[in-house]
Design a protein around this ligand. Structure first.
Ligand code: ADP
Length: 648
C-alpha cells in the first residue's frame, strides 16, 4: 500500500491545542486549516492558520461539535486529514467514523478503540482479560442494592461509586460504611442519570492518598507499541489536573517497566493506533491499578516531549502516513525532569469561577532553554463564556526536578496578566510550597494545603500603597483600545512625572481604598520603563509596573495587583445607588430561581443558580433580608454585571 498524501491538515479545535498542533504541522511543511466559531473569528488559532473556515455559531454545539460542517470544511480547504485536539470531538467514535467514511484521515485511533474505552465498566472488563491490574471492585450488569452491598462487603470499605458513563468527576461518591450505601447509591444514580442519561454504576475500593500516574503510549499501524514513560498528575482540584510532571518522582525503573508494559497490553488489547494515555492509580505500597484510557493526545503531553525530546504531534502525522515508529522501547529517552501548570481564566478566591473578559495585559515569560509556553491567546484577546477557560500551559524542563521547579517559578513570576482573574498566583503558591518541593504528591494535595494555597486576602501594606502611588504618578496612561475618552484620566489633567501638580492620589486595589500622599514616600522609588525600583535600607528591589490606560498593574510579592485611581466623591454616589443589588458574576444562563418577591431569606441562602462554562454557580444572600425585586427568570441568558435580585 502506498503512503497516503497528507500535505494539508485541518485542526478541529481551538485555543492552545490548535496553535500547538499547527506549529508542528507548519514545521513539517504542511498547510494548516483552522476552523472557528463566529465568536472566535479573530482568535489566535484562526489568525495563525494558513486557511480558516468559519463554522458560525458561538456555543460548542453550534460550532466545534458540528461534524458535517467540519467534514465540509476539510473538503473545501483540500485537507486530507483532521486532528481533533483534546476535548470536543476527540473521543467521539462517530466523528472518527464520519471522517473515515468521507475518505479522510482521522489523527487518532480507530473508532473501535474509542468505543472500547468509552464505558468505564466495559473497559475494565476488557482490561481484566488483558491482564491489566484493576482496583478491586464490581463492574457487572446487575444494579440492585443487594449486589452492591455484597460487592462492597467483599472489597472492604471505604468504597467509591462511579458512573460507568462518567467523566469529569461527576456521579462519583465515597462510601465510608454500609449504613451510607443505600442513600449514596441512589444519589449517585440520580446524578449519573441527569449528567449522562445513564444511571449504571460500578463500585471499587477507595484508595487512600493515591497518586495519579499515567503512561503515554504510542502505536503504529504495523503492530508496534511503545510506552514513552509516565506522568504524575496527582495535583488535582476536584479530580481535575492542575500540575503535571514527568517522570513521576521516586518511581523505580522496575515499576516504570511494569506499568509501561501493562499500558502497552491495554493498548494492544483494543487494537490501538496513535497517541494514547493509560491512567493508573498508584498506592503508597507501589501497587498500581488501571483507571481508564484516554484515546487522544492529552493536555499534559508537553512534559513527556520535554523529557524524551520527541514531538508527539509529528509522530501522529508520521503514523497516519503509515510509517513505522522510528525507535524501539530500549531507545526511548528519559532525560531530566519537566513540570507543567495549567493557566486558567478563573477566580480562585471565588470558588474558581471561570472568568471572562478582555486580556488588557498579557505578557508571557521570556523564551529560553528549558522553557516552553503553549498558549492560545494574545494581549487584547477576549475570553468568552462559551469554551473551556484554559489560556495555556507553562512547561519548564531541568536537569533535575529542583531545576525544573525553580525555572517554572521564575516563568510564573515573569508572566503578567491583567484585565481578568487567573489562577497564576495560585499556581505559584503550589509550585513554591515546601511539600511540592519535596515531591510529597498525592491526589489530596490541594485540599490538604488549602489554607496556604488559597490564603484569605490580607491587608495591603503601606509600602505597597506608596509603591503603587509613585508608579502611578510616574507613569503615563498608555491608551488602549478600550479607553474611554470621557474618563478624567484621558484628559490632560495637570500631573506629570516629576511635576508637583498632584500632591495625593486616591487608589483602589482588591476592594481596598487608600489616599496616599505623594510627597512623603516610605522608601526611594524610581520607575524606569516598566521596572519600579524600590530602595529600602540599602536594598534595591525590582517590581514590574505596567500601565494600561487607567489601570496600573504592579507585581508585588508574587501577585499581580491591578490598581486604579478614583474620585472619592463620585465613588460615594455610585455605591449608594447599587446598595442591595446582586448581579451576575459572569455571562451565563439562569437555571433556577429559588425565591420570589416578598420572601424573607437568611444570610447565605441560595437565591439564583447561574450556569456558565458548563458549571453551576449559586448567587447567595450576603445578609438576611427580604426579596424586593427579581430581574431574571429561569432559562434567560444574562450578561456579566446585570442585576438579578434586589435584597432589602
Ligand atoms: P473521571 O473520568 O470522572 O475523571 P476517573 O476515574 O478518571 O474519573 O478518576 C478521576 C480522579 O478521581 C483520579 O485521578 C483520582 O484522583 C480519583 N479516583 C478515581 N478512582 C479512585 C479510587 N478508586 N480511589 C481513590 N481515588 C480515586
Amino acid at each position: 500500500m502506498s503512503a497516503p498524501v497528507l500535505d494539508t491538515l485541518l485542526v478541529a479545535n481551538r485555543g492552545e491545542i490548535a496553535c500547538r498542533v499547527m506549529r508542528t504541522a507548519k514545521a513539517l511543511g504542511l498547510t494548516t486549516v483552522a476552523v472557528h466559531s463566529a465568536t472566535d473569528r479573530d482568535a489566535r488559532h484562526s489568525r495563525e492558520a494558513d486557511i480558516r473556515v468559519d463554522l458560525g455559531g458561538s456555543k460548542a454545539a453550534d460550532s466545534y461539535l458540528q461534524i458535517d460542517k467540519l467534514i465540509a470544511a476539510a473538503r473545501a480547504s483540500g485537507a486530507q486529514a483532521i486532528h481533533p485536539g483534546y476535548g470536543f470531538l476527540s473521543e467521539n467514535a462517530g466523528f472518527a467514523r464520519a471522517i473515515e467514511a468521507a475518505g479522510l484521515i482521522f489523527l487518532g485511533p480507530p473508532a473501535s478503540a474509542i468505543d472500547a474505552m468509552g464505558s468505564k465498566s466495559a473497559a475494565k472488563a476488557l482490561m481484566e482479560t488483558a491482564g491489566v491490574p484493576l482496583v478491586p471492585g464490581y463492574h457487572g450488569e446487575a444494579q440492585d442494592l443487594e449486589t452492591f452491598r455484597a460487592a462492597a462487603e467483599r472489597i472492604g470499605y471505604p468504597v467509591l461509586l462511579k458512573a460507568t458513563a462518567g467523566g469529569g468527576g461527576k456521579g462519583m461518591k465515597v462510601v465510608e460504611d454500609v449504613s451510607q450505601l443505600a442513600e449514596a447509591l441512589a444519589s449517585a444514580q440520580r446524578e449519573a442519570q441527569s449528567s449522562f442519561g445513564d444511571s449504571r454504576m460500578l463500585v471499587e475500593k477507595y484508595l487512600l492518598k493515591p497518586r495519579h500516574v499515567e503512561i503515554q503510549v504510542f502505536a503504529d499501524q504495523h503492530g508496534n507499541c511503545l510506552y514513552l514513560n509516565e506522568r504524575d498528575c496527582s495535583i488535582q482540584r476536584r479530580h481535575q489536573k492542575v500540575v503535571e510532571e514527568a517522570p513521576a518522582p521516586g518511581l523505580s525503573p522496575e515499576l516504570r517497566k511494569a506499568m509501561g508494559e501493562a499500558a502497552v497490553r491495554a493498548a494492544q488489547a483494543i487494537g490501538y493506533v496513535g497517541a494514547g494515555t493509560v491512567e493508573f492509580l498508584l498506592d503508597a505500597r507501589g501497587e498500581f491499578f488501571f483507571m481508564e484510557m484516554n484515546t487522544r493526545l492529552q493536555v499534559e503531553h508537553p512534559v513527556t516531549e520535554a523529557i524524551t525530546g520527541l514531538d508527539l504531534v509529528a509522530w501522529q502525522i508520521r503514523v497516519a502516513r503509515g510509517e513505522a515508529l522510528p525507535i524501539s522501547q530500549e531507545q526511548v529517552p528519559l532525560r531530566g525532569h519537566a513540570i507543567e501548570v495549567r493557566l486558567y481564566a478563573e477566580d480562585p478566591a471565588n470558588d474558581f469561577l471561570p472568568a471572562t473578559g478582555r486580556l488588557e495585559l498579557y505578557r508571557e515569560s521570556a523564551a529560553g532553554p528549558g522553557r516552553r509556553v503553549d498558549s492560545g491567546v494574545e494581549e487584547g484577546d477576549s475570553v468568552s463564556p462559551f469554551y473551556d477557560p484554559m489560556l495555556g500551559k507553562l512547561i519548564a524542563w531541568g536537569e533535575d526536578r529542583e531545576q525544573a521547579r525553580l525555572r517554572l517559578l521564575s516563568m510564573l513570576d515573569e508572566f503578567a496578566i491583567g484585565g481578568l482573574k487567573t489562577n497564576l498566583a495560585f499556581l505559584r503558591r503550589i509550585i513554591a510550597h515546601p511539600a511540592f518541593a519535596e515531591a510529597q504528591l498525592d491526589t489530596g494535595f490541594i485540599p490538604r494545603y488549602q489554607e496556604q494555597l488559597l490564603p484569605a486576602p490580607s491587608e495591603l501594606s503601606t509600602d505597597f500603597w506608596h509603591a503603587a502611588a509613585q508608579a502611578f504618578a510616574q507613569s503615563q496612561p498608555q491608551r488602549t483600545r478600550s479607553d474611554d475618552p470621557q474618563s478624567p484620566w484621558s484628559a490632560v489633567n495637570g500631573w506629570r512625572s516629576g511635576l508637583p501638580a498632584q500632591t495625593s492620589l486616591h487608589l483602589s486595589c482588591a476592594g481596598q481604598d487608600r489616599a496616599i500622599s505623594l510627597g512623603a514616600p516610605t522608601c526611594a522609588f524610581q520607575l524606569q520603563g516598566e521596572q519600579l525600583w524600590v530602595e529600602q535600607q540599602g536594598l534595591r528591589r525590582e517590581h514590574r509596573a505596567i500601565r494600561r490606560g487607567e489601570t496600573l498593574y504592579l507585581h508585588w510579592q508574587g501577585d499581580m495587583h491591578s490598581i486604579t485611581a478614583y474620585d472619592p466623591i463620585a465613588a460615594a454616589d455610585a455605591s449608594h445607588s447599587q446598595h442591595g443589588g446582586l448581579t451576575a458574576p459572569m455571562n451565563g444562563s439562569i437555571v433556577r430561581v429559588l425565591v420570589s418577591v416578598g420572601q424573607s431569606v437568611e444570610a447565605g441562602a441560595q437565591l439564583v443558580v447561574l450556569e456558565a462554562m458548563k458549571m453551576e454557580h449559586s448567587i447567595r444572600a450576603p445578609q438576611a433580608g427580604i426579596i424586593k425585586a427579581l430581574y431574571c427568570q429561569e432559562g434567560e441568558m444574562v450578561s456579566e454585571g446585570s442585576a438579578l435580585v434586589e435584597l432589602e
